[in-house]
Structure formats: structure tokens, C-alpha cells
Design a protein around this ligand. Structure first.
Ligand code: HEC
Length: 116
């Protein structure tokens, strides 16, 4: 009987440790790549380097190297339609939280032609 109690106690401790590990892992904030997919950016874009395909039949643009040409502040404003490129605002205004937009921009900026 005593052995069973010790065994059960161990199981409880292990489950609790897993719970903690999971809680910490989930605390990293939103995942930019997932937001890119969730917000349907793929209706107009693809990211070849990340294996993300577009649903657009033709004329979609690849964002594989967008981290080489843009900076965080500008990209954030561009996606909120507060900035323009070649006098043109982005097609869609980002709808989501600031936290999601930040994670999205952070992820997009990691997309570069060459590893640093
Ligand atoms: C309705 C179509 C459409 C949707 C949806 C869309 N975009 Fe765009 N996006 C464009 C067009 C058009 C351009 C400008 C020209 C180009 O790069 O094709 C552009 C440009 C960009 C650029 C600048 C690229 C560069 O090299 O200058 C970024 C970054 C970008 N989009 C990110 C996003 C993100 C992130 C989403 C999802 C939140 C998104 N786009 C959704 C059409 C779209």
C-alpha cells in the first residue's frame, strides 16, 4: 500500500512538472508565422523559404526576402496603412492586436536572403 502511494505521488509530481513546462512554453507570446496564416496573408502572398503557399491563382508576391528591404517601424505602419510604398498603400489594413502585429512583423523581418 505504501509503495502505491509513493508511486501515485511521483505520477502527480511528473504531471505537475509537465504542466509547468507547458505553461512556460506557451508564454512566449503569439507566433508570427501562425498569425501570417491565420490572417490570410496567403491570399496574396507566399513565402517560399518558409514553405508557405498562396491561394492566389496568379500574381501573388513572395515575401521570402522582405527582411532585407524593410524595417520594423516602417513595416508596422505599412501594414496599418499609415505608410505607402511607391505612393501605394497596402491592400489590406491589419486587423488584430498590437501584440499580434508585432509578432508578425518580427517574424517577417527574419525572412532574409542570407543567414546572418
Ligand atoms: C488583397 C491582397 C493582399 C493581402 C490579403 C495582403 N497583401 Fe501584402 N501586399 C499586397 C500587394 C499588392 C503588395 C505590394 C506589391 C507586392 O509586393 O506584391 C503587398 C506588399 C506587402 C509587403 C511589402 C513587400 C515588399 O517587398 O515591398 C508586405 C511586408 C506585406 N505585403 C505583408 C502582408 C501581410 C503580413 C499580410 C497579412 C496580414 C498581407 N500582406 C496581406 C497585397 C496583399
Amino acid at each position: 500500500m505504501k509503495n502505491i502511494l509513493i508511486y501515485l505521488g511521483l505520477v502527480v509530481v511528473i504531471v505537475a512538472l509537465y504542466g509547468f513546462a507547458f505553461a512556460f512554453a506557451a508564454d512566449k507570446g503569439p507566433d508570427g508565422k501562425q498569425i501570417f496564416l491565420d490572417k490570410k496573408c496567403t491570399t496574396c502572398h507566399y513565402v517560399e523559404s518558409a514553405g508557405i503557399e498562396t491561394t492566389k491563382k496568379s500574381g501573388a508576391s513572395d515575401l521570402s526576402t522582405v527582411g532585407d528591404v524593410m524595417e520594423a517601424d516602417f513595416m508596422t505602419k505599412y501594414l496599418l496603412k499609415e505608410e505607402k510604398i511607391d505612393d501605394k498603400a497596402h491592400k489590406t489594413k491589419f486587423n488584430g492586436t498590437d501584440e499580434e502585429l508585432k509578432a508578425l512583423v518580427d517574424w517577417l523581418l527574419t525572412l532574409k536572403a542570407k543567414e546572418e
